[in-house]
Write a protein that binds this ligand. Structure first.
Ligand code: GLA
Length: 303
C-alpha cells in the first residue's frame, strides 16, 4: 500500500459512505459501503524522534491518538516502525460521518508497514476499539483499506469477508448538516449494547436493515436505482425511529430532498448524531441551487 518516494514512503486511504447497512457491522451484519474520492495521505520519513504533524491541526491534539494507537499495535505485532516524521494531509471533512479517523489510521498503517489491506483493516479496527475506546465494527476500516472506487463493497462483518459489485451509473452527493461530532462523544457504545437484546428497538433496526441490504444487493444487480432509493428512505426512517441516531436537522434535509426532481433516495450516513446525508440522484441529473439552500455548509458531489 505504501509507495517509496525518495527516502519517504507515502500511503493514502479514502473516506467512505454507506449506501445501505448502517449500524449492522457491530452485530455481524452485512453493509454496502463505497469508497469516496476524498482521501487522507501520510508521508513517512524515517529518522530522528517521532514527529507527527497534520496540516491545519495542532500538534499533539487528540487526533494524534489515532496515529499513536496504530504505531503501538504495529509494535506489539513485532513490526515496530523506526521512529521518524509522519506528515498527514486530508481532504475528508471531519466529524461528518465520512470515516475520516479510519482513513487516517489506514493511511498511517499503510505508510508504516507492508501488511495486506485486510490485515490493515483488522489492525486499525483494533486500534479504534482498544486505544480510542470506541467499540466500532469493521465497516470504516475495511472500506478504507479494501474498497475499489466505483464499486460497492458487499461487506459481511459476520464471516467476515467481502466482494465487490459494480455501482450502476448514478450521481451521489453528500450534504453536511454542519453538526460535527466525534464518535467517542455519542451514545454509539450504549446503542450497540441495546441492539444485542433481540426485543429492543435498536435490534429491530438491525433486523430490518439487514433485510434491506439483501434486497438492495438484488436491486443493484438489476440496475434498479429507483427501488434502491426507496430502501435508502426506509433505512433513514429506521435509523430515526428505531436506532434513534438521527437529529431533526438530518430529518429535515432528507425530507427536503425527497421532494426534489431527480433525487431517488437519501439517508443519514455514518454513525449519526450529526454528520450528513447521502443523496442518490438519477444519472445525468444535477442538484440545483435551490437544493443547496438546505445546508449552509456546501454540497459535495462524490466521485
Ligand atoms: C461508525 C462506526 C462503524 C459503523 C457506523 C454505523 O462509522 O465506526 O463501525 O458502526 O458508525 O454504520
Amino acid at each position: 500500500m505504501g509507495e517509496l518516494s525518495g527516502t519517504s514512503r507515502v500511503a493514502s486511504a479514502p473516506g467512505r459512505v454507506t449506501l445501505l447497512g448502517e449500524h449492522v457491522d457491530h452485530q455481524g451484519g452485512t453493509a454496502l459501503p463505497l469508497a469516496i474520492h476524498m482521501r487522507t495521505t501520510v508521508e513517512y520519513t524515517p529518522g530522528g524522534d517521532w514527529a507527527i504533524s497534520s496540516e491545519g491541526h495542532e500538534a499533539g491534539g487528540p487526533w494524534t491518538r489515532h496515529v499513536e494507537g496504530v504505531i503501538e499495535l504495529l509494535s506489539e505485532q513485532g513490526i515496530a516502525p523506526k521512529p521518524g516524521k509522519l506528515e498527514v494531509r486530508s481532504t475528508i471533512p471531519e466529524g461528518a460521518g465520512l470515516a475520516s479517523s479510519a482513513a487516517l489510521q489506514v493511511a498511517v498503517a499503510g505508510a508504516l508497514s507492508d501488511l495486506p489491506p485486510w490485515e490493515l483493516a483488522l489492525l486499525c479496527q483494533r486500534a479504534e476499539n482498544e486505544r480510542i475506546g470506541v467499540p466500532c465494527g469493521l465497516l470504516d476500516q475495511a472500506t478504507s483499506a479494501c474498497a475499489i472506487q466505483g464499486n460497492v463493497m458487499v461487506l459481511d462483518c459476520g464471516a467476515p469477508g467481502f466482494f465487490h459489485l459494480p455501482l450502476p451509473p448514478c450521481e451521489l452527493y453528500f450534504f453536511p448538516s454542519g453538526i460535527e461530532r466525534s464518535l467517542a462523544d455519542t451514545p454509539y457504545a450504549e446503542r450497540l449494547e441495546e441492539a444485542r437484546d433481540p426485543a429492543s428497538l435498536a435490534a429491530r433496526h438491525v433486523a430490518s436493515e439487514s433485510m434491506r441490504v439483501e434486497d438492495g444487493v438484488r436491486l443493484l444487480e438489476a440496475g434498479d436505482l429507483a427501488g434502491f432509493g426507496q430502501l435508502m428512505y426506509a433505512s433513514h426512517a429506521s435509523l430515526r425511529d428505531n436506532y434513534r441516531c438521527s437529529l431533526p436537522e438530518l430529518d429535515n434535509i432528507v425530507e427536503g430532498l425527497a421532494a426534489v426532481t431527480g433525487v431517488l433516495g437519501a439517508r443519514l450516513v455514518g454513525a449519526g448524531w450529526g454528520g450528513g446525508v447521502l443523496v442518490l440522484v438519477e444519472p445525468g441529473e444535477q442538484l440545483d441551487a435551490g437544493v443547496r439552500l438546505l445546508t449552509d455548509d456546501g454540497l459535495y458531489r462524490l466521485e
